[in-house]
Design a protein around this ligand. Structure first.
Ligand code: AMP
Ligand code: MG
Length: 394
C-alpha cells in the first residue's frame, strides 16, 4: 500500500487542464483569473488633487506671498485648461485634474478666505496634496497575473481599468455520488436503520467554496445501477467524487465497476487513518476520486486530496498551513494519522494545534470543534510538542 506522499505525487501528476471563459465582472467573484491584466493608462491618469483647497504655484509661496487672490473654482471632472495667473490661486476639489499653471494644493483647513483672497496659515511643501500622474503604475504595467482568486480587491482593480468582461478559469464539471442502501436524502425521514446522506452535502459545500456547483446523485448497493450511473457520468463529467462502497464489504462494488468501465486505477489504498481504502483513477477527460464513506474519512480525503487537486489544476496554491503541535502524541501504527485538531494562536502568534481526544472515522460531530486535520507522518510514532506539521483546513 502506498504512502500519503506517493499518493499525492500521483494525483499531482494527473491534473485537470481547465479551459477558460469570459464572464461579466459582476459574475466573477470567487473565480480564478485566467488572463493578465494591464493598466490601460497611467495610475493615476492625471495629476490628481487629493484634498479640497486651493491650487497655488510653489514658486509664489517661496517668493514670500501668503495671500492669493482667488481666480476661479475647479471641480472634479472638469477638463481644467484654466490658467491660474501668477501670484493668484484657484479653489480646487479632491479628484480634480491639477492645471499645469499650479503645482501645490493647500487644504481649506490651512487657509482663511476673505474678500476674494485666500491667506495661508501654515507651512507649505512643494507639490503637496497631489497624487502624481503614473505614480502608482505606468500605462501597460502588469497589475495581475493569471491564477489569482477574484475578490473585492481584484474587482476594484479590474473595474478601474475598464475590464467589464474578464477571462476566468472554467471549473470542471463535477458529479458527486453517495452510495449505500442505508442512506436517504436529507428531506426524507430515515427509518430506524437508515441515515441521511450527509457526505454528498459536505463534498458539495467544499466545492461550492471553489465556485463549483456540482451535481448530486445516489447509488444504491446494486451493481447494475452503479454501472449504469457511473458509465453515464464518465461520459459527461470531468470530476467524479464517490463516497462509500469502496471498502472490503460484501456490497462495496464501486472499485471493480470503475475498472470494468475502463477507469485506470492509479491508487487503491493509502497508508493513512482515516481513509485507508481511498481510490483514485482516470479515464479520458474524467478523473475519479472514490472515498471511504465514513464521514470523517470522506472529509479528510476531500481536504487532503480532492481540494489540492482542484487548487493545483486551477493554478492556485494548495491551502495547507504550517502549525506546531500543542502536546506530545504517540501513534504506533505505520500509517499517516489525520488527526482532527483545534487551532489557536500562542503568545508568539504561532498557530498551535491541539488534537481532539475522541475521534473515530465515523465520529463526525467532533468536527464541530476541529477546524481541520493535522497530518502526522507514518514514518514516526512519537510526535513532540512544538514541532511543526501540516494542517489541512476544512
Ligand atoms: P462504506 O464506505 O460504504 O462502507 O460506508 C462506511 C460508513 O459510512 C457506513 O457507516 C455508512 O453508513 C457511512 N456512510 C457512507 N456514505 C455516507 C454518506 N453519504 N453520508 C453519511 N454517512 C455515510
Ligand atoms: Mg456502503
Amino acid at each position: 500500500m502506498m504512502t500519503v506522499s506517493e499518493a499525492w505525487e500521483i494525483i499531482r501528476n494527473n491534473l485537470f487542464t481547465p479551459e477558460n471563459e469570459q464572464v461579466a465582472l459582476l459574475r466573477a467573484q470567487g473565480r480564478i483569473l485566467a488572463q493578465e491584466m494591464h493598466a490601460d493608462r497611467d495610475i493615476p491618469p492625471y495629476n490628481r488633487v487629493s484634498m479640497d483647497g486651493i491650487a497655488i504655484r510653489y514658486a509664489d509661496y517661496q517668493s514670500g506671498i501668503r495671500t492669493f487672490p482667488v481666480s476661479g473654482i475647479i471641480g472634479a471632472g472638469e477638463d481644467s485648461k484654466i490658467h491660474i495667473p501668477p501670484g493668484s490661486c484657484a479653489e480646487i476639489m479632491t479628484g480634480a485634474s491639477m492645471p499645469s499653471s499650479a503645482d501645490t494644493v493647500v487644504p481649506y483647513e490651512q487657509i482663511h478666505i476673505a474678500g476674494g483672497a485666500a491667506t495661508l496659515n501654515t507651512e507649505v511643501k512643494p507639490g503637496q496634496n497631489i497624487h502624481q500622474k503614473g505614480k502608482d503604475r505606468r500605462s501597460g504595467d502588469v497589475l495581475m497575473r493569471a491564477g489569482r482568486r477574484i475578490g473585492p480587491v481584484e474587482t476594484s482593480i479590474a473595474a478601474s481599468v475598464g475590464c467589464h468582461l474578464i477571462r476566468v478559469v472554467k471549473p470542471p464539471r463535477v458529479a458527486i455520488f453517495s452510495s449505500g442502501n442505508e442512506l436517504v436524502d436529507i428531506d426524507e425521514t430515515p427509518q430506524s436503520y437508515q441515515i441521511r446522506r450527509s457526505n454528498s452535502y459536505v463534498c458539495h459545500a467544499l466545492l461550492q467554496s471553489h465556485g463549483i456547483d456540482a451535481g448530486m446523485f445516489h447509488l444504491p448497493d446494486n451493481p447494475e445501477e452503479i454501472r449504469t450511473a457511473l458509465h453515464g457520468a464518465l461520459g459527461s463529467y470531468d470530476l467524479i467524487i464517490a463516497s462509500g462502497g469502496i471498502s472490503a464489504g460484501k456490497f462495496d462494488y464501486i472499485p471493480d465497476i470503475l475498472t470494468d468501465l475502463g477507469v485506470q486505477r492509479l491508487i487503491q489504498g493509502v497508508r493513512q487513518r482515516p481513509g485507508k481504502p481511498f481510490w483514485f483513477g482516470k479515464k479520458d477527460h474524467a478523473t475519479v476520486f472514490a472515498l471511504p464513506g465514513n464521514p470523517v474519512s470522506t472529509m479528510a480525503c476531500m481536504v487532503r486530496y480532492v481540494k489540492p487537486w482542484l487548487d493545483t489544476s486551477m493554478g492556485l496554491p494548495v491551502s495547507v498551513q504550517p502549525v506546531v503541535l500543542a502536546e506530545d502524541i504517540t501513534f504506533e501504527p505505520n500509517l499517516t494519522l489525520f488527526s482532527q485538531a483545534v487551532l489557536h494562536s500562542d503568545e508568539n502568534g504561532r498557530l498551535v494545534a491541539t488534537p481532539l481526544r475522541h475521534q473515530g472515522s465515523g465520529d463526525y460531530t467532533s468536527l464541530l470543534d476541529a477546524r481541520g486535520f493535522l497530518e502526522l507522518p507514518a514514518e514516526k510514532t512519537r510526535f513532540e510538542a512544538g514541532i511543526p506539521f501540516s494542517f489541512w483546513p476544512v
